[in-house]
Design a protein around this ligand. Sequence first.
Ligand code: SF4
Length: 351
Amino acid sequence: MYRENTKKINIGEKVIGGGSPIAIQSMTNTRTEDIEATVAQIHKLETAGCEIIRCAVPTIEAAGALAEIKKQIHIPLVADIHFDYRLAIAAIENGADKIRINPGNIGDSERVRKVVEKAKEYRVPIRVGVNSGSLEKELIDKYGKVTAEGLVESALDKVRMIEDFGYDRIVVSIKSSDVMMCVKAHEKLAKECSYPLHVGITEAGTLLAGNIKSSIGLGLILNQGIGDTIRVSLTGDPVEEIKSAKIILKTLGLRKGGIEVVSCPTCGRTKIDLIRLANQVEHMVADIPLDIKVAVMGCVVNGPGEAKEADIGIAGGVGEGLLIKKGEIVKKVKEEELLETLRQELLNWNE
Ligand code: SF4
């Protein structure tokens, strides 16, 4: 697996690469200058399971705010910088645990050198981020359009530039909203460099489209053993990104823990409000630290069978449901009491 052979890099106290567990990231969408709002959002993301957080640093005030933000949060903080190398330097001086830059858009190599020198001084890793939307014209001309080859060449050029300045705490990311191009680029990149890879599908879209594209893209990439840290990009509340990332990793068998809820799609046999119940159950179990499967099924045809496969489950009837535990029907419960009954069972779970 590629990811077992990537270089280990410390981002604050979090280690990525070298076969470490894949870290889940997100990005705040508050104004970073607004310390209170940014810290509040990071706290929500931490609770949801975010392990590394990135903030945009578009101004010197934002770079300055990082110092205070860092004091109030519990996960590593990454500064996202475009265009102005001085912001990268200020972000490092203000305690950023990693910076994300595209060396192609922060000016001449002298400016890149200054950023690298500062990163070296503070031992702060640099994520080289290449995006299909900002691929250099020469590489578009060389390959005829934006291609996976062009993206990889661009990323490796930037990596070499940083290496030439004597630094190798590097993480690489290549992003494209074209899912299959992104997959191809990662396959190629993983063969050509051993730095940890930050994987994501950029501009994936709103909740539905974004989740589908990210699941396919990340699924194809991660399942080949490629990728050391991930971000699911969604146009929406960043907490949703964390929920999606966790489900993707669990589905691929790359992360354990947490309650998995399975629920039936409902059909003409469903006689309880199962859609609402399944959503309530999913929400209710989010903070319960058990590693079990909960089934929420609509009827007694497939319901009990499916529920028996799970550790605990509900099979709906008419205005009531069966509570099934470890394959055994435990009791009948009125529909309106199903959620609370299940909650109590989970809170008192002792296996
Ligand atoms: S479990 Fe029952 S209600 Fe749900 S889809 Fe299957 S048959 Fe329909």
